[in-house]
Design a protein around this ligand. Structure first.
Ligand code: TRP
Length: 340
């Protein structure tokens, strides 16, 4: 089937379950803004509060984290005049389509999801049913807009493949060409930002060591200190990318530099090859502060006006439903639901 029948449309989302890190910013948020500004796509960005509650969330915290994430999106450059900005639970068609997809997805497909296995851990019997069904809701988030492109970090690749499998099976079972086969957009120097303490682990908001990550709300001194203390090796920087093989910590810092500066890794090494970390780290710290502190202060400013954030989200939900209501209605018709 040809995808040209579908409007070029981007959907992506993040969970409002913890503070944002540099990894979320470079791996996803920065790309949201670029795709918004390219002018090629309609863009829809979401706080996935329904996904967050697949593991326990304190209600008051969930609400404040959701607003914080909205503020972070806007502070980083998501413009509510150009993109549709929504909170997932305010657009009920996501959940309604998710139920249909629960009947399309197979147990075997879901059991292969590595994020479920990681999150459920050893005690999978005690994980919520929602955590197991999580990827079907994610497929619904995307397909309820007929989204054609989804920018994500590379840990979400498997969920995107599942989304394509669900669309394909639905189209096949019902004999329609209704859902698009969505393309993941995973690219850039820093789709995988690693821990500052261990270059083999992803930078994560749930790491017990705060020194392992840069939080979007860290102040300039904290950012500089964390970069200064980042684990490295005693060698100077190489002048070619090949020279970073087997040097995961060095490679991570170089990738971060390239992504923050919007230049290639080769360019970073052309500029800094031969430098010791004693000089490269301060340069990286300065760059990080320059890029991140305006975002942090804009977030603080936005969070001083919660009613305004709530107003924007209510408006976003209305705009979103103009797209999702007809798609859900058509899905119900295809499936044979009376009254659709
Ligand atoms: N699962 C994604 C994550 O943890 C969040 C998410 C939910 C998402 N629905 C989505 C991402 C739809 C892209 C598209 O990062």
């Amino acid at each position: 089937m040809s995808d040209s029948q579908f409007t070029p449309r981007v959907f992506s989302g993040m969970q409002p379950s913890g503070g944002l890190t540099l990894g979320n910013y470079l791996g996803a948020l920065k790309r949201y803004v670029e795709m918004q500004n390219e002018g090629t796509y309609e863009t829809i960005y979401c706080m996935v509060d329904l996904h967050a509650i697949t593991v326990w969330q304190d209600p008051a915290e969930l609400a404040s984290k959701t607003r914080e994430l909205a503020a972070a999106y806007i502070a980083a450059g998501v413009d509510p005049e150009k993109s549709i900005l929504i909170n997932q639970s305010q657009v009920p068609e996501h959940t309604q389509l998710a139920w249909i997809f629960n009947t399309v997805a197979r147990m075997g497909w879901m059991q292969r999801m590595t994020q479920f296995k990681d999150k459920a851990g050893k005690n999978a019997q005690n994980a919520s049913l929602g955590l197991f069904a999580y990827p079907a809701l994610m497929a619904a988030d995307i397909l309820v807009y007929h989204a054609t492109h989804v920018p994500v970090g590379d840990d979400q690749k498997q969920h995107l493949e599942l989304t394509r499998d669900i669309a394909t099976k639905f189209n096949h079972d019902y004999g329609v060409d209704f859902f698009p086969i969505t393309e993941p957009v995973i690219k850039g120097a820093a789709t995988r930002v690693m821990s500052l303490r261990d270059g083999s682990k992803k930078m994560s908001k749930s790491d017990t060591s705060d020194a392992s990550r840069i939080n979007m709300t860290d102040d300039a001194d904290t950012i500089a200190k964390k970069i200064r203390k980042a684990k490295t090796d005693p060698e100077p920087l190489p002048s070619e990318y090949k020279g970073l093989d087997d040097r995961p910590e060095a490679r991570n810092l170089v990738n971060i530099y390239a992504a923050l500066a919007d230049i290639s890794v080769d360019q970073v090494l052309a500029d800094h090859g031969g430098a010791q970390f004693g000089t490269f780290k301060p340069a990286l710290a300065e760059l990080a502060v320059e890029k991140l502190s305006p975002i942090a202060s804009e977030m603080t400013r936005l969070l001083n006006d919660v009613p305004e954030i709530d107003r924007l989200l209510a408006r976003g939900a209305e705009q979103a439903r103009e797209i999702t209501q007809p798609i859900l209605k058509k899905t119900y018709e295809i499936v044979g639901m009376v009254g659709a």
